[in-house]
Design a protein around this ligand. Structure first.
Ligand code: SAM
Length: 233
């Protein structure tokens, strides 16, 4: 729940929330993020993608509108598509996406898929924002379970904060149009601060968007306060 909450809060950031109209949730699993992100009023296209077709079909009912949503309709209708497929598959339907989210997905990927994943997202889709979360392996000592290799049987790896940052910095070296920053999700009990949070998050922001923001600051308003630079100022 804290992961969903933090992803939602990140999408709500006033720097870009109006620009997030089309969003992809990769590795969406049981659509847990949906009840949070459907509150984004500017969102009008939502794509859920997971490789597990049975899981998608079993949970599809969760995407139906609630009765109250028929009574009080969104000003901006929300179109939802669910695709069964892999994060490594480029598809023209994914183009023109503003934000990509991948919550606790990368640690489930085999090495060849993990390698292809950044090319699909940063090279092909090229969204304005990318939010990726993964378990923080530094935190695993807090679970105090000597028999635990990984937190889940399907995890192919779990990375320390340093390993995750190295991976993300390597991405921005290959795709220099992006900046990356990091955050933790969910602190442990007092005394465990040195291990960081339970999950870790990387936020990639396309530099063009930073430029757009600085353009707004450099707005050219005439003496009647009418903007001459096509900026929403
Ligand atoms: N994002 C979900 C959430 O926040 O509730 C949880 C993700 S779950 C831990 C990992 C998901 O990744 C599983 O549903 C699995 O089927 C999916 N997955 C694994 N490999 C994938 C791939 N190559 N492409 C898309 N989804 C994949």
């Amino acid at each position: 729940l804290q992961r969903y909450g933090q992803v939602y809060q990140t999408l709500l950031n006033e720097k870009w929330r109006k620009d997030v109209n089309k969003l992809i949730d990769f590795g969406c699993s049981e659509f847990g993020l949906f009840i949070y992100i459907k509150r984004l009023i500017n969102l009008n296209e939502l794509i859920f993608i997971d490789i597990d077709e049975d899981l998608l079909l079993d949970n599809l009912y969760k995407l139906r509108p609630l009765t109250v949503e028929y009574l009080k309709r969104r000003d901006n209708p929300l179109n939802i598509n669910v695709f069964c497929g892999s994060v490594s598959n480029p598809d023209p339907q994914l183009l023109n996406t503003d934000a990509v989210v991948a919550i606790e997905l990368i640690e489930h990927l085999y090495p060849d898929v993990l390698e292809a994943f950044p090319y699909n997202i940063f090279g092909y889709i090229q969204p304005k924002l990318v939010i990726i979360t993964t378990p923080n392996a530094d935190f695993n000592v807090v679970f105090n379970n000597k028999n635990m290799k990984f937190r889940h049987y399907d995890h192919k790896f779990e990375w320390s904060r340093q390993q995750f940052e190295d991976w993300a910095y390597n991405i921005v070296t290959r795709f220099p149009e992006y900046d990356v920053s990091f955050d933790g999700i969910a602190y442990g009990p007092s005394g465990t601060e040195k291990y960081g949070c339970c999950s870790q998050m990387a936020l990639f922001v396309k530099k063009e968007e930073n430029l757009e923001l600085s353009k707004i600051n450099l707005c050219k308003c005439d003496k009647n306060n009418v903007c001459q630079s096509n900026n929403d100022c």
